[in-house]
Design a protein around this ligand. Structure first.
Ligand SMILES: [Cu+2]
Length: 114
């Protein structure tokens, strides 16, 4: 009887741990339209509010975003959509046109050359 209880408790604990741990994944996303440091902070700040994203690092030089996320909560399509909603292209997901229009002039394509 005692053995069964211990087994049950440890199985429950394992289940809880698996749930809170989720499915940690990392991916690189091409952010081909970012222009400046403001884009970088817009994306990093915006992505920090998205559920399931644990970290988002933008590298302006390589125009790449490295995302750490919980695959049990969010998938790549939703992540790309969230970036698009901020006004930026993510891999092959083009920027939401309304969000793009709302960006500061320096953050639009070719912005740094003005
Ligand atoms: Cu910018």
């Amino acid at each position: 009887m005692k053995k069964i209880i211990i087994f049950t408790v440890s199985a429950l604990l394992l289940g809880v741990m698996a749930c809170s741990k989720g499915e940690a994944k990392q991916a690189d996303i091409a952010l081909s339209t970012i222009q400046c440091g403001m884009c970088e902070s817009t994306i990093e700040r915006g992505m920090s509010k998205i559920k399931g994203i644990t970290n988002f690092d933008v590298d302006l030089k390589t125009k790449t975003g490295r995302v750490n996320f919980d695959a049990a909560v969010i998938d790549m399509a939703a992540i790309e959509k969230a970036i698009s909603d901020l006004g930026y292209q993510a891999n092959n997901t083009i920027a939401d046109p309304v969000a793009y229009e709302g960006l500061a002039p320096c953050c639009k394509i070719g912005g740094m050359s003005h």
